[in-house]
Design a binder for this molecule. Structure first.
Ligand code: AMP
Ligand code: ZN
Length: 113
């Protein structure tokens, strides 16, 4: 998707601070962090929303495996972190390229929203 901001990050047309990368997944620091560790984890293939994911496809496990790696890299695996996927308008999704937020490095609020 030419106009998708995260596809542009994958192509290198928009700079990002890469945290982790493999054949299927890219993770980079969120430009507007809500916690000391705030990483955006995306599939390299454009998928618009969580509802467009084939839950049985390899990408599902690869995203989770990438989140584990990111947690280790950001040194929050032991202290703890939160993974969040916003979906569509009420979920607060702004960028329509599937992504997980990994948040950690501080005590997060008990309430999700
Ligand atoms: P969401 O509301 O779940 O769609 O979240 C989109 C996230 O992408 C927000 O937390 C933004 O701060 C983040 N974001 C948008 N543009 C960039 C960018 N160029 N580099 C890094 N993060 C970005
Ligand atoms: Zn995209």
């Amino acid at each position: 998707m030419a106009e998708c901001i995260f596809c542009k990050i994958i192509k290198g047309d928009i700079p990002s601070r890469k945290v982790y990368e493999d054949d299927a997944v890219l993770a980079f620091d969120d430009i507007s962090p809500m916690a000391p560790a705030h990483v955006v984890i995306i599939p390299k293939k454009h998928i618009a929303t969580l509802m467009d994911v084939d839950a049985k496809a390899d990408i599902t496990g690869k995203l989770i495996a990438a989140a584990q790696q990111v947690a280790e890299i950001k040194q929050v695996a032991e202290s703890g972190f939160r993974l969040a996927i916003n979906c569509n308008a009420d979920g607060g999704q702004v960028v329509f390229h599937l992504h997980m937020h990994l948040l950690g490095g501080r005590k997060l609020e008990d309430q999700l929203g």
